[in-house]
Write a protein that binds this ligand. Structure first.
Ligand code: ATP
Ligand code: MG
Length: 455
């Protein structure tokens, strides 16, 4: 019996189609491991089915994002994947967006599209429902599938055509308060990525015709990343701010943001080598490759002007609202985390996003003592709220060990006839390979919290 919160599973009932061979179509390690670990399967170029193990990792990432968005005061909603072309004609982007947009016609001949992003739709919802500055500020987000007909879908879920994005939109009466909304998201992003075990660095991004300093991409370093980044090494070691700072009374967040933005950090698009040389001492210069996992952007009154999203100000006059948009690549993150955390044997999940916390291996299913001790451990850990994947299959020990290493759960707990007799469990820390043989109670205590190496 597992507790209602626990999502523990027995492998004999689960669906985990792992692969021994390295799939030839996969060019980078995260893609290979996601296929081998039975997390995803490609159904057409850039389109993936999420198998149970992959979906669990995806959901854990979503949960962290939701929790941090809530702390920053953003409210969740859900918009459809399909949108009417009309609102995109209003903003002027229907023609501009080009071939990346998947255009669809319904049976009545109406033009629809599969949303690549949601500025138009949220602006329409806002303008139809908010009329006064008194209802501001607002920050609304959703987590929904997007479609972009990428010319070169590749690297598995990292550059898919259909992908899961968290996209949020802030609405403020003026630029000063929009800046506060932006800063809160900046901090929420830093916190979200850190909780996933990642060091994401904010890099200055192009703000286009709006100008100003309010656009940042969040990049994690990885050799296989598609972006090239140049930064001051100190930015990588800054502590992540406390969530309380994003409460209702945010005070002036500018100095905190400045503690990050004071360091040179740019991707190739914005890089200025003279500035880099002048601002960063030679021994602090980092040039590396990275993966864009998030992007935040203040675009002012661009859509509100085009689509007439006006609110009455304190003086009674209508003004177009000031907005920003805030994206996180949820499905890309699954690949990004694996790029950042794996070894020769497979994935090494950080605790917070691990699909299960503990992999329990019964070396001799059918052996009374093994079955009983495994069942006790499985039940107790599950009741304590841990997610356990129990390998109760009748398989060779070697195959079980390599499957567990491949799927990379933070703890492994192994029980064979000798352990069953002495009521002892062998525990392995997946990240370090360290092993301990412990009595049942001590084993339960150890398995109930993250290994230091996986925090
Ligand atoms: P890129 O430069 O990688 O093409 P983008 O700048 O076009 O991304 P945004 O519009 O900023 O992407 O989207 C927000 C986030 O969505 C990105 O930071 C990224 O994490 C994710 N994302 C964008 N395109 C894809 C894709 N094709 N597959 C998976 N995730 C994506
Ligand atoms: Mg971007």
């Amino acid at each position: 019996m597992s507790s209602p919160q626990s999502q523990s599973q027995r492998m004999s009932n689960y669906f985990l189609p792992t692969l021994k061979e390295t799939p030839s179509e996969a060019q980078i390690v995260s893609h290979r491991l996601m296929l081998r670990a039975g997390m995803v399967r490609q159904s057409a170029a850039g389109l993936y089915s999420w198998l149970p193990l992959g979906l669990k990792a995806l959901r854990k990432i979503e949960t962290i994002v939701r929790e941090e968005q809530a702390k920053a005061g953003a409210i969740e909603m859900l918009m459809p994947t399909l949108q009417s072309a009309d609102i995109w004609r209003e903003s002027g982007r229907y023609e501009d967006y080009g071939k990346e947009m998947l255009r669809i016609t319904d049976r009545h001949g109406r033009d629809l599209l599969y949303g690549p992003t949601n500025e138009e739709l949220i602006t329409q919802i806002f303008r139809d429902n908010v009329v006064s500055y008194k209802d501001l500020p607002k920050n609304l987000y959703h987590i929904q599938w997007k479609f972009r007909d990428e010319i070169r879908p590749r690297f598995g879920v990292m550059r898919g055509r259909e992908f899961l994005m968290k996209d949020g939109y802030s609405f403020d009466i003026d630029e000063a308060s929009a800046r506060t909304a932006y800063y809160k998201m900046f901090l929420a992003y830093l916190r979200s990525f850190r909780r996933m075990g990642l060091k994401a660095m904010p890099v200055a991004a192009d703000t286009g015709p709006i100008g100003g300093d309010l656009s940042h991409e969040f990049i994690i370093l990885a050799e296989t990343g598609e972006s090239e980044v140049f930064c001051h090494s100190d930015i990588l070691d800054l502590p992540v701010p406390e969530a309380e700072l994003m409460g209702d009374d945010t005070g002036d967040l500018a100095p905190l943001i400045e503690s990050f933005t004071q360091y040179y950090a740019r991707s190739d698009e914005m890089h200025d080598s003279a500035m880099f040389e002048a601002q960063v001492p030679a021994d602090k210069q980092v040039t590396a490759r990275g993966i864009e996992v998030g992007h935040i952007f203040y675009f002012g009154q661009k859509y509100s002007t085009a689509m007439k999203a006006l609110v009455a100000g304190p003086d009674g006059k209508d003004t177009a609202v000031h907005s920003g948009s805030y994206g996180i690549g949820i499905s890309r993150l699954v690949g990004g985390i694996i790029e950042a955390s794996h070894d020769d044997d497979g994935i090494v999940w950080p605790w917070a996003v691990a699909p299960f916390h503990v992999g329990l291996i019964n070396l001799k299913p059918g052996h009374e003592g093994c079955d009983a001790l495994c069942a006790r451990l499985f039940d107790t850990l599950s009741q304590n709220g841990l997610d356990v994947l129990y390998d109760d299959r009748d398989e060779r020990a070697g195959a079980k060990f390599s499957t567990m290493d491949l799927i990379g759960l933070p703890w492994q707990a192994v029980i064979g006839p000798r352990g069953a007799e002495g009521q002892e469990v062998e525990i392995k820390n997946r990240a370090t390979g360290e092993k301990h043989v412990l009595a049942l109670d001590a084993a339960i205590a150890l398995l109930s919290s993250p290994p230091e190496s996986a925090q």
